[in-house]
Design a protein. Structure first.
Length: 399
């Protein structure tokens, strides 16, 4: 009985150890201290600073370079974007000496940001808590853990159709990761030079979204995509004047609805009942449909216009006349479809009339029915033959 009780006790003890060590799967630091004091930093520069900490994952990063790379990659993310992606978030405030203490941190990799107080900027930093640090952990964000922003930066230039810089345009900036858009910055406003500069932006795909055009102008393209590959990335965004606009067209096959490439058009504007050719730099505005069938006019004054096909695509009938369209404040919202009919193909062999089969035995030529004038010739010939016979008989008798 005693042996049985010992076995049960050992089994229960093993279960307790298993649940504490194996099932929990987490290693806790007894105490975590973040000390913002450092060289050339005064206590009042780092006192009462809020620190927001996000747990990036359970994987522990050991390389200092990997920590710096992670900090650079997360530098341009907004707090909202980080909180959406990384749910495990902690906020702490430093004391009057610039030190903050926390208890019960799980093993893993963390990213921290220090609030700006207008005195000393402390760059975001990455730190880890692992099994070797399960007693006390002290983080001092300086030296190798103090990461400056990346060198990459973006410059947006806002201009009119005639290349005049436009101040006062308002934009939001989104980062695109695996097709998902995350707001990074909002209410960015172009300066007197029509410019917005963003320094320290990480590599990747972005979208500038224009939310407000400058006074006297309209938004042409709400969203402009671009990619940061390193160094300086320049993005140019054009606005329409309030009285200018554009129109997009699509050229398709009237039967199959497939796009038609390479069709040429000119554009005329209705002025006092007459069609005047639209010219750019003294030359006719010529439009050519692309491989997807699209072509467009841009930056034209509001009014009524006509589209004239001057070179149809091979295998298609030309348009019978002009296609009329209007440019106004809403003309870009809907594409105009222009259809061409394919040239009818020649009839197939089955449709061609069949030739009658050739007869191996050629028919004899039909006898010709003599005309009235030919009868006298026949009679004279017969009479001549009779005379010849009669003459021969007479000659024999005389002998």
């Amino acid at each position: 009985m005693l042996k049985l009780n010992n076995k049960i006790f050992k089994l229960l003890l093993g279960c307790v150890i298993f649940s504490m060590v194996i099932i929990s799967g987490a290693v806790y630091a007894k105490s975590l201290t973040i000390d913002l004091t450092g060289k050339d930093r005064k206590a009042n520069d780092v006192a009462n600073r809020e620190i927001v900490i996000w747990k990036i994952g359970d994987k522990i990063i050991t390389s200092d370079k990997d920590k710096e790379d992670l900090a650079k990659n997360l530098y341009s993310w907004s707090d909202a974007a980080l909180s959406k992606e990384y749910k495990d978030k902690t906020t702490v405030t430093t004391n009057d000496k610039g030190v903050a203490s926390l208890d019960g941190f799980k093993s893993g990799t963390y990213y921290a940001r220090v609030s700006d107080n207008g005195k000393v900027e402390i760059f975001p930093f990455v730190f880890t808590v692992d099994e070797a640090n399960k007693n006390d952990v002290t983080i001092m964000p300086k030296g190798r853990h103090e990461v400056p922003p990346p060198d990459n930066h973006v410059e947006l230039f806002k201009v009119s159709a005639d290349d005049v810089p436009l101040a006062g345009a308002v934009f939001n900036l989104y980062k695109v990761v695996n097709g998902e858009e995350t707001l990074v910055m909002s209410n960015l406003i172009t300066d007197s030079n029509g410019k917005i500069s963003i320094k320290g932006i990480e590599l990747g795909e972005y979208i500038f979204e224009e939310v407000q055009a400058p006074e006297g102008y309209r938004i042409k393209n709400v969203r402009t995509r671009f990619v940061v590959n390193g160094g300086t990335t320049k993005v140019v965004v054009v606005n329409y004047k309030d009285s200018d606009g554009g129109k997009r067209f699509k050229k398709i096959d009237s039967d199959s609805k497939k796009p038609i490439e390479g069709v040429r058009f000119i554009v005329t504007r209705n002025v006092n009942g007459y069609d005047e050719r639209v010219k750019i730099n003294g030359k006719d505005l010529v439009l050519i449909s692309d491989k997807d069938g699209y072509f467009a006019v841009d930056n034209l004054p509001f009014g009524t216009y006509s589209l004239w096909e001057v070179k149809p695509a091979g295998g298609y009938e030309p348009l019978g006349g002009a296609e009329s369209f209007v440019i106004d404040g809403n003309s870009l919202e809907l594409d105009k479809v222009v259809e061409n009919k394919p040239v009818p193909p020649p009839p197939d062999d089955e449709e061609k009339p069949k030739k009658p089969p050739k007869d191996k035995d050629k028919p004899k030529k039909p006898r010709r029915i003599p005309k009235t004038g030919d009868i006298s010739l026949i009679l004279m010939s017969i009479f001549g033959v009779i005379c010849s016979i009669w003459g021969g008989v007479l000659v024999k008798e005389n002998k």
